[in-house]
Design a protein around this ligand. Structure first.
Ligand SMILES: CC(=O)N[C@H]1[C@@H](OP(=O)(O)OP(=O)(O)OC[C@H]2O[C@@H](n3ccc(=O)[nH]c3=O)[C@H](O)[C@@H]2O)O[C@H](CO)[C@@H](O)[C@@H]1O
Length: 587
């Protein structure tokens, strides 16, 4: 380690000597920590970083003035659709996706290094739960979708398959994420198949090109953007790990979309059969200013233009049919071949241009007092995960239905959109649709059939609260082949309304009701509830199931008493034998 004098001289040459201005008053430990941080940042590299940041920030804000003239929508031949077109083709894609999963060639990679500033939580977003009956967090929903898709592929091909889960974290999210997974027993995934790795951090820079001190003894650092993925893959030899496991295709996704379909066989199959090296899922933009990137072409080359970098005029342009001209909204779900990622990490990463984000960076004033700035005071440099798209040899986009696949959790409930309530509603509305499609009927407290609206606006509560565990259904599929030993959890939820779900579950065999003592412990802690009240209690990771409002019934007969009249208002677990579920009131 260099001496302090040496470090000071190097910082002076790099015009960053201010970082040591409180050094003399620090106790030995924080002083050593600061010196170690500055040494690791390398003053010369720090100088270059600060200069680049200040220069980039000094350029006129907004998109390049000629961007509009260089933009074009993606040509139709590059775009597939999950919903339009021939169902047979869709089945082929799905089959191909399941086949690749069954061959252990598919991995999922979660980008989870962000700080969740807009949501306003201090912990990783994946640990957030939006208030579902099951109280599952985003991480748990994702883990269970992985388990389910593995199971579905395994059943089709008679194999035991694994979809490894790579999770990119940052200094902010690694510790709490790792702890959370351990505390939850990795949601019953094999810990060897959950691989966490950390992205790099970069110093935040003031507008005059100086690194910012967050405390007297610490330079303010921020993750290097989700495009930091590529150097992180290299830093932690993740591609080598993938190679060892035989992974060829990677589904990269962002943490906050409650409807995300991990390792979606249809998307994977589409990309594989099209011979793509790189792909992106898109939804139709909801409104011109929606904060989603636009998948389009710039100078004839596919690319995402981020919402922060497109002008309002361009975002509002209309196509001849009346819809938005640039309507392919990026939902941060990407497909990459491992070969393509290898080319990126070996050759292309240095060519990716960082983007400038002007942010409020907590810092110290000239006396060393902590300051929470009210106005943006610093520059963060970030790379974006989709910046590699222009290098793809064969890029494809895949359009999916928003109501089935995209409801991001970006903001606190005080915002109108993309908040915990909209996420919760999106999931519950989807599960109502699935149940209806599977033949279930929702009845109100008087036994009258509830209005069935196939598509509800995001602001509308679904007709009944009905939550279906990902372990029961991945994408609305009804299981005709439930193995005899598979436990099936049914939750009964205290809210007006009645759900008849036997059609969903099947009608043609018998079931065993487990007594309370036999319930897995994770289920037992519930205490509730008046109608409309959300119960507490821990719905454990081992619990598959359908949570429904009102009574459940089998063979068309309600078998649970109304809310409040039962000694056990919460739920029960039944062991399904084959297809039918029968349950009786708990005595
Ligand atoms: C750059 C990028 O992808 N932008 C997309 C992102 O925007 P948006 O601005 O919403 O992106 P976020 O800041 O939420 O980050 C997306 C994901 O990247 C992760 N993350 C972020 C920063 C970081 O340093 N490390 C890291 O891992 C976050 O944890 C999150 O999982 O999602 C939108 C859809 O919801 C898309 O329309 C945007 O085009």
């Amino acid at each position: 380690m260099a001496s302090e004098a040496d470090l000071r001289a190097r910082l002076q040459r790099a015009s960053q000597e201010h970082l040591l201005r409180f050094c003399a008053e620090l106790a030995p430990e924080p002083r050593a920590a600061l010196l170690a941080q500055l040494e690791a940042l390398e003053p010369e590299a720090l100088r270059q970083h600060c200069q680049r940041a200040a220069a980039a920030c000094a350029r006129p804000p907004g998109p390049p003035s000629d961007l509009a003239a260089r933009l074009q929508p993606l040509p139709p031949e590059r775009v597939g659709s999950a919903t339009e077109g021939d169902p047979q083709t869709r089945r082929l894609w799905e089959e191909e996706g399941f086949h690749q999963i069954a061959l252990n060639r598919v991995a999922v990679l979660l980008l989870a290094g962000g700080q969740g500033t807009r949501l306003g939580v201090t912990y990783p977003k994946g640990m957030y739960q939006v208030g579902l009956p099951s109280q599952k967090t985003l991480y748990q929903l994702q883990a269970e979708r992985i388990r389910r898709v593995e199971q579905l592929a395994g059943e089709r091909y008679g194999t035991r398959c694994t979809v490894p889960w790579y999770i990119m974290t940052s200094e902010f999210t690694l510790g709490p994420t790792a702890k959370f997974f351990k505390e939850h027993d990795f949601f019953h995934l094999d810990p060897n198949n959950v691989i966490m790795f950390e992205q790099r951090m970069l110093p935040a820079v003031s507008f005059d090109g100086r690194a910012i001190l967050e405390r007297k003894d610490k330079v303010a650092m921020a993750p290097d953007g989700n495009g930091g993925l590529y150097s992180a893959l290299e830093d932690h030899q993740i591609l080598e790990d993938m190679e060892r496991r035989g992974v060829e295709f990677v589904h990269v996704y962002c943490v906050d979309n409650i409807l995300v379909r991990l390792a979606d066989p249809v998307f994977i199959g589409f990309c594989v059969l099209r011979g793509a090296d790189c792909g992106a899922k898109v939804v139709e933009k909801a409104y011109p200013e929606e904060p989603v990137g636009v998948v389009c072409q710039v100078d004839g080359v596919p690319q995402v233009v981020e919402y922060s970098e497109i002008s309002p005029e361009v975002a509002q342009l209309r196509a001849p049919g009346g819809g938005l001209l640039y309507n392919a909204g990026n939902i941060c779900n990407h497909f990459f071949t491992r070969d393509f990622l290898r080319t990126v990490t070996r050759e292309l990463e240095p060519l990716l241009q960082p983007h400038v984000a002007v942010k409020k960076v907590p810092c110290v004033d000239e006396h060393g007092h902590p300051v929470k700035p009210l106005q943006p005071n610093g520059i963060k440099m970030e790379k974006f995960v989709f910046d590699v798209l222009p290098f793809a040899k064969n890029f494809v986009a895949f359009q999916v239905l928003r109501e089935e696949e995209f409801s991001p959790l970006k903001n606190a409930d005080s915002a109108d959109r993309d908040n915990p309530s909209t996420s919760r509603r999106a999931l519950l509305a989807q599960h109502c649709r699935w149940a209806l499609r599977a033949g279930a009927r929702f009845l109100d407290a008087h036994g009258t059939r509830l209005l069935e609206q196939p598509s509800l606006p995001g602001s509308t509560e679904p007709p009944a609260i009905c939550e279906i565990s990902p372990l029961v259904s991945y994408a609305g599929e009804v299981r005709a082949d439930r193995p005899a030993e598979a436990p099936l959890g049914l939750g009964w939820w205290g809210r007006t309304g009645q759900a008849e779900l036997d059609a969903w579950l099947g009608r043609h065999s018998s079931a065993t009701v487990l007594s309370g003592r036999e319930l897995p412990e994770t289920w037992s802690a519930a205490s509730c509830q008046k109608p409309g009240e959300v119960g507490q209690g821990k719905a454990g990771p081992s619990e598959p199931g359908i949570w429904a409002s009102g009574s459940l019934s089998a063979r068309g007969q309600p078998t649970l008493p109304p809310v409040g009249s039962s000694g056990w208002p919460y739920g029960r677990v039944v062991q399904a034998q084959g297809l039918e579920v029968a349950s009786s009131p708990h005595s």
